[in-house]
Design a protein around this ligand. Structure first.
Ligand SMILES: Cc1cc2nc3c(=O)[nH]c(=O)nc-3n(C[C@H](O)[C@H](O)[C@H](O)COP(=O)(O)OP(=O)(O)OC[C@H]3O[C@@H](n4cnc5c(N)ncnc54)[C@H](O)[C@@H]3O)c2cc1C
Length: 471
């Protein structure tokens, strides 16, 4: 599609014309002092996230909020002067969702990074939005607790950003995604109003589920300034790991589907196809491609770890997998290292567009076959990794230079069509952001898209929050 080739910047409009930029910056500085930066380095950094997309020009200013009051003050000024505001966490997003451009103010919650409370009795934690996911888990460990949502970026992404994108990860099929881990949220609306949504009880159905609405809303409805999250008792006992090579990806996908059908619940089940395996092998200096055309990693935990692993092994071997099962942590880590090397191995070959679609788990073999066919049709190799336990695939497009070539967009379009045709969805965990907004209506249909736009307008009547993203 043509409209992808240079993602147009719909965010720059006449809204800022009423108040000159210099005046907006002065008002922000008067109110927030040194929390406001116009340092070219900070502005430049805010043009991009980890999607590979950068906005056409730097934003007006970056506000590094230190408190809820800072967020409220920024949004009050933005509302009064019709200034577009782009909420931002750590900027690790993969859809251009936190990228900012001309006339926009970036509202970073990264410095609001205190863990306010860990309540071991009620199994919850109260955090500011800028807390890094991995840091929360480090703080929970001495209490025998952990926070389950585990994006592969957990060492670098914020809990607030995870909530805004509805992040998933490797352990989601067994332990749930971000949506299942949030009890309550403090949110500042576009006009500066602070809302406390949800509850700190296990149950709670009072009124509409606005917490649910905020999760995955990508900074378009409000700014998350606090979260009460559910934490789980640490899983005790041994961990068993299986690394299995298959003659083809269809057999590997069928094996993973059969593990689910057999009602077994590994903690992680990750599938890597042949093009990805070849690049990972090169990256690690190992001849992995010679061992098979696909790799399935299965990890089991908890009291029944050994039994689930034994049954999974049986099913894997039944589907032609050449498997190694171990309960030794060092050996397990070695088998997992193949999966961990996926992202750096892709990045070593050029610019990477990481796509994200999800299909019903039973459709995983079909989706892999279609990805190979789409690649052939467009003269592309599309290395793909899947969270096989929940049917979530990340086909990667690797190319030279900063811009996504037209034939890559054409292949990505077909990928989205195929996922939808198989009963799937456009995004399993990364969100819509800037890069997929053209496709939103395709999945939602006109009536739902219109309803969603009207909901957005209720929260943000002036349309100043993350304009041009999602909708
Ligand atoms: C190597 C790598 C691996 C990754 N693996 C995974 C994975 O396994 N699973 C997964 O789901 N994602 C993954 N991601 C993507 C990314 O890390 C997630 O989307 C993450 O949730 C983004 O968090 P962030 O703090 O970086 O948010 P940002 O990128 O800064 O922002 C993301 C979106 O959230 C909004 N936002 C941020 N903070 C707030 C706030 N306080 N209030 C309101 N809106 C806000 C922004 O406007 C934007 O729309 C990966 C990224 C990388 C680079």
């Amino acid at each position: 599609m043509d409209d992808h080739q240079a993602v147009p910047d719909l965010r720059v409009d006449e809204r800022t014309a009423a108040t000159p930029s210099v005046e907006v910056v002065r008002l922000l500085r008067d109110a927030l002092d040194d929390a406001v930066s116009t340092d070219p380095h900070d502005l430049e950094a805010a043009r991009a996230d980890k999607s590979g997309h950068a906005s056409p020009a730097p934003p007006l200013a970056v506000v590094s909020a230190r408190s809820v009051a800072d967020v409220q003050r920024t949004l009050e000024i933005a509302t009064a002067h019709r200034v577009p505001v782009v909420p931002r966490g750590a900027g690790t997003g993969l859809t251009g969702g936190s990228t900012a451009s001309t006339g926009e103010v970036v509202l970073s919650t990264l410095a609001m990074n205190r863990i306010l409370e860990i309540d071991a009795a009620d199994e919850l934690a109260v955090v500011e939005p800028g807390v890094i996911n991995g840091d929360l888990n480090d703080a929970l460990a001495p209490h025998g607790l952990w926070y389950a949502p585990d994006p592969a970026s957990r060492a670098i992404s914020t809990v607030g950003g995870n909530i805004a994108t509805g992040a998933g990860g490797l352990l989601c099929a067994k332990y749930g995604v971000t949506r299942e881990a949030v009890l309550g949220l403090d949110v500042v609306l576009a006009d500066g109003t602070l809302l406390r949504l949800g509850h700190r009880t296990v149950k709670g159905v009072t009124g509409l589920d606005l917490v649910g609405l905020m999760i995955g809303s990508e900074g378009a409805l409000g700014v998350v300034v606090g979260a009460t999250v559910k934490v789980l008792p640490r899983v005790e006992g041994e961990v068993a790991t299986i690394g299995a090579y298959f003659p083809d990806v269809t057999a590997a996908a069928a094996a993973s589907a059969s593990i689910t059908v057999a009602r077994q619940r590994p903690a992680a089940m990750e599938l890597i196809d042949a093009p990805a395996l070849e690049r990972i092998g090169q990256y690690l200096g190992l001849g992995l491609a010679g061992r098979g055309q696909a790799y399935l990693l299965v990890q089991t935990d908890g009291a029944d770890a050994a039994a689930v692993a034994a049954r999974a092994l049986e099913l894997i071997e039944g589907h032609g997998g050449d498997a190694r099962l171990t309960a030794d942590p060092t050996e397990g880590e070695r088998l997992l290292a193949v999966r961990r090397a996926f992202h750096p191995a892709m990045a070593a070959h050029g610019t990477v567009l990481i796509e994200d679609v999800a299909v019903p788990r039973s459709a995983l073999p079909r989706m892999f076959a279609e990805i190979a066919r789409i690649g052939e049709r467009h003269g592309l190799v599309i290395p793909t990794v899947a969270h096989a336990g929940d049917g979530n695939l990340h086909p990667n497009f690797v190319f030279d230079g900063p811009g996504v070539p037209p034939h890559v967009w054409a292949a990505a379009d077909e990928l989205f069509e195929t996922a939808l045709a198989l009963g799937g969805t456009l995004t399993g965990e990364h969100g819509i952001g800037l890069l997929k907004r053209h496709h939103l209506g395709r999945e939602l249909g006109d009536a739902q898209l219109d309803l969603q736009r009207r909901i957005k307008a209720v929260f943000d009547p002036l349309g100043i929050l993350n304009p041009g993203k999602v909708f």
